[in-house]
Design a protein around this ligand. Sequence first.
Ligand code: AMP
Ligand code: MG
Length: 417
Amino acid sequence: MASEHPQHPPVSDLLSLDDALEKMLSQVATQCIATRVPLTAAAGRITAVDVTSPVQVPPFDNSAMDGYAVRLADLAAGEPLPVAGKAFAGNPFTGEWPANSCLRIMTGAPVPPGTEAVVMQEQAEVSEQGVRFTAPVKAGQNIRRAGEDVEQGGVVLRAGVRLGAAELPLLASLGVTDVAVYAPLTVAVFSTGDELQPVGTPLQPGQIYDTNRFGVRLMLEQLGCTVVDLGIIPDDPQALRKAFRQADAAADLVISSGGVSVGEADYTKTMLEELGQIGFWKLAIKPGKPFAFGRLANAWFCGLPGNPVSAALTFYQLVQPLIARLTGHTDWKLPPSLKARAATPLKKQPGRLDFQRGIAFTDEQGNLAVRTTGHQGSHIFSSFAQANCFIVLERERGSVAEGEAVTIQPFNHLLGA
Ligand code: AMP
Ligand code: MG
């Protein structure tokens, strides 16, 4: 007879984070539809096609310096050259340019036809006879060439890029008025648990406030998703079935939290088997071991663990890349990992990849260091508010002594300040 309580699988049977990501991402592709939106409505959206430039930048050859436009032949005699006219930014020189003369020119002014170089005014001596140049002059010097920054018709942003403060002003500078982006992903969320109450409701003995829906909703909004919030669902198969059906009909992705850990979620599992193909995974990460992923009749499904730290971590490490894939955000990546010196000892057992919450700082020697936020329990959510990075401790690693090198992963905008 099977034991009354399901057993924890041996550590070696746990699924690694990379394998879990691979398993998830290999199944999905973007289903979002492309629409054209004005630039002013494009913040946070993902480009659906390559964006090309309607113009070249700079639009014309222009001067990089305040100084003098010259033709090299006029310099051969080494005589001072009279100034035959002026070219300003926004006010080009349009007159005749006689032989053996130069033109006064300002930064950004179109270089007059025939200009072979611009000499900066610091290398010019002005006298009654004209201008004498005090340094050798090279062909092309101090001329910004048309199209040198952006070619007309050239790709300025690839498809799959999130439009933010670095991208949108670039498009504005090119005179782009609208851009093809993917429609937002609709995500339904709910929390499961008889003990959960929404904020604003007094707590009865044994009840706690629902943390996860708050965090998940916020992160989804930051990822540009449209959120359908189904609230708190009690631990009751009928109510859960109804919620899953409703969520599946309303969304492209359904995210629940709670009820996926060993020993208490058997009916959730049975019910999800009835409603779709869901894998219940035991991940070799800490926190966040239990995680469910699969397909409902219409939508994809992620079941986050109930513990708030585990829920936030699995969302960040697994659901975030899934959403990137589903929204066509092919350019998505986490900030680069860095090496830092552990400024405090870090407790760890070998067996799982550990994402401890850390505070990265520059030490007195100017080197990157990190200290722990303290207690790393999966219910200590305040650790996120103190931290600015994950300290990523390799699966087989044990405790870390002060001074050892560790890998840190700085938080991105979902968790960062
Ligand atoms: P479960 O995965 O349902 O067994 O939940 C594991 C732990 O997380 C329990 O202590 C739950 O009370 C807690 N928990 C589950 N869901 C939430 C939530 N939405 N907010 C805060 N704590 C939760
Ligand atoms: Mg529960």
